[in-house]
Ligand binder design. Structure first.
Ligand code: ZN
Length: 144
C-alpha cells in the first residue's frame, strides 16, 4: 500500500493500516469500529501503550498520571481540550502510572503529571508539570 499509515487502535490494540489520504475521512478500526482519530483522550494499558508508542506513524501524546495526584486531575480537562484542538494531527492517550508501574519505571518517570510525545515509533519530547491547554498545544505543535 502506497503511503500507508499505521495506527494502533487505542481501544482494542488492533494494528490498522490505511492510505495516508484517508486520514481526513475518519478511518475506523477494522476490529472494533472505533474512530482511530477522534480527538478524545483514551485510557490505555501497558500493551496498547507499548504498541502505539513504538509503531504508530501519527504523533501520540501520552499523559502519565495517577488517581492520587491532584495536579494530574487539574490538568485532565486541559489535556482533553488540547486533544480536541489537535484532532487529526496527533492522538492523545493517558496511562495510570500507579496501575502500570512497570511502564513508568522503564521510562524513568520521577514526577507526574508528565506528557511524552511520540512520533514515528520513538520518544520525541517530554513536558512535565500541570499545564494549561495552550501550553500543551504549543508543545505538540512545536514537534509536528
Ligand atoms: Zn479497535
Amino acid at each position: 500500500m502506497e503511503n500507508a499509515l499505521r495506527l494502533t487502535c487505542l481501544s482494542c490494540g488492533q494494528a490498522n493500516r490505511f492510505p495516508a489520504a484517508r486520514l481526513d475521512a475518519g478511518p475506523k478500526c477494522a476490529k472494533c469500529g472505533l474512530l482511530l482519530v477522534d480527538g478524545d483522550v483514551i485510557a490505555i494499558g501497558h500493551q496498547r501503550h507499548d504498541k502505539a508508542t513504538q509503531t504508530d506513524a501519527l504523533p501520540l501524546i501520552v499523559d502519565y498520571w495517577a488517581p492520587w495526584c491532584g495536579p494530574c486531575r487539574t490538568m485532565a480537562p486541559e489535556f482533553a481540550k488540547a486533544a480536541k484542538a489537535l484532532r487529526g494531527q496527533a492522538r492523545f492517550a493517558k496511562i495510570d502510572t500507579e496501575q502500570y508501574q512497570a511502564v513508568s519505571q522503564r521510562l524513568q518517570i520521577r514526577g507526574i503529571p508528565l506528557l511524552i510525545l511520540y512520533a514515528g515509533g520513538r520518544e520525541v519530547a517530554r513536558l512535565s508539570g500541570a499545564r494549561p491547554s495552550a501550553d500543551i498545544e504549543a508543545f505538540v505543535r512545536q514537534h509536528l
